[in-house]
Design a protein around this ligand. Structure first.
Ligand code: NAI
Length: 328
């Protein structure tokens, strides 16, 4: 099958070439959007990542080129109009779980960095400043953490936090029986937010979860608490969060995702003037840590992504049961 791979960086190419079963791959650095959709002409399938667009406009263009398959090399599918894809007879296959531990471990790294300020200590020591002033943290042991979403990643983080001796609660419309049996207490969203010193988001972006952290829900947070989002940027109303940081209601913020990340993340913009004033404001806070959607980025996860992507492509070609298909 001839596959157009969008939004590729050198590491994507390396892993996809290594685990390619038998397909002809052409790599494009560009993200898929209405302007770049023409690049897919002459291909049988497209392979997309988190910031590629699969809206009605793009999907009609793809259908017009005879494309019947979209291979998502990620778990989230909020960037694809599933109803319209079905109408266009385009199948959407994804990688449902690739090392949830990778994202959970990155989340833990963000919590520890914000708490113990190791990023600041690193820079200080390099400048010969051995002072401890303003580096004081708190014990993770005994801290109250709320997990919003306890699927693959939330569950992996639960196990890590348990090892740290945290007191964990959760909100998820579908509680996990194994975690309940292990003693995890589920509660309503607002109750979970108001109980916790650290809130970590691990639910998908849906119509229901869009801006779930907003001016209203931020009022439930304990003063000085920590919010971590390694799921999807639009779970958070970012201007409301900036307000909360300014007032001190929110004491720490860790973001691996950002609602407007498509124009920024995965690119080296160090020689340009950043036009996004909101991220510029966020970067200016001493208690905000931003990473560029790198939660998934481990060797193990990259291998799983590549292997599952080609299993999906092979199953489609062979007319087999599509276990990783997403339907509306
Ligand atoms: P999953 O599908 O295994 O679990 C999601 C959980 O969220 C489910 O238990 C579901 O019941 C729950 N949920 C659904 N709606 C909810 C709501 N409104 N409030 C609270 N819980 C809700 O997904 P997984 O693998 O754990 O991934 C979670 C999210 O992490 C993905 O949707 C994706 O957005 C993000 N992600 C981020 C990555 C990164 O590199 N930063 C990499 C992979 C995923």
């Amino acid at each position: 099958m001839k596959i157009a791979v969008f939004s590729t960086c050198d590491y994507d190419q390396e892993f996809l070439e290594k685990y390619n079963t038998s397909h002809q791959l052409v790599f494009f650095e560009q993200a898929l959007n209405p302007d770049s959709a023409g690049l897919a002409q002459g291909f049988d399938a497209v392979c997309l990542f988190v910031n590629d667009k699969g809206d009605a406009k793009v999907l009609s263009a793809l259908a017009g080129y005879g494309i019947k398959l979209i291979l998502l090399r990620c778990a989230g599918f909020n960037n694809i109009d599933l109803d319209f894809a079905e109408e266009m007879c385009i199948k959407i296959l994804r990688v449902p779980a690739y090392s949830p531990e990778a994202v959970a471990e990155h989340t833990m790294a963000m919590m520890l960095t914000l708490n113990r300020k190791t990023h600041k200590a690193y820079n200080r020591i390099r400048e010969g400043n051995f002072s401890l002033t303003s580096l004081m943290g708190f014990n993770m042991h005994g801290s109250k953490v709320a997990l919003i979403g306890t699927g693959n990643i939330g569950k992996a983080l639960y196990k890590i936090l348990k090892g740290f001796g945290c007191r964990i609660t959760a909100y998820d419309p579908y509680p996990d029986a194994e975690l309940v049996a292990d003693g995890l207490e589920y509660m309503g969203l607002h109750e979970a937010l108001s109980n916790a010193e650290i809130v970590s988001l691990h639910c998908p972006l849906t119509d229901e979860s869009f801006h779930m952290i907003n001016e209203q829900s931020l009022k439930y947070f304990k003063k000085g608490s920590m919010l971590i989002n390694t799921s999807r940027g639009a779970l958070i109303d970012t201007p409301a969060v900036v307000g909360s940081l300014k007032s001190g209601q929110l004491g720490y913020l860790g973001l691996d995702v950002y609602e407007q990340e498509a124009a920024l993340f995965f690119q080296d913009l160090s020689g340009t003037v950043i036009q996004d004033d909101l991220i510029a404001r966020l970067i200016s806070f001493p208690n905000v840590l931003i990473t560029s959607h790198q939660g998934f980025f481990t060797r193990e996860a990259m291998q799983q992504i590549a292997e599952t992507t080609f299993l999906n492509a092979d199953a489609f070609l062979a007319g087999k049961n599509l276990v990783n298909e997403i339907k509306p």
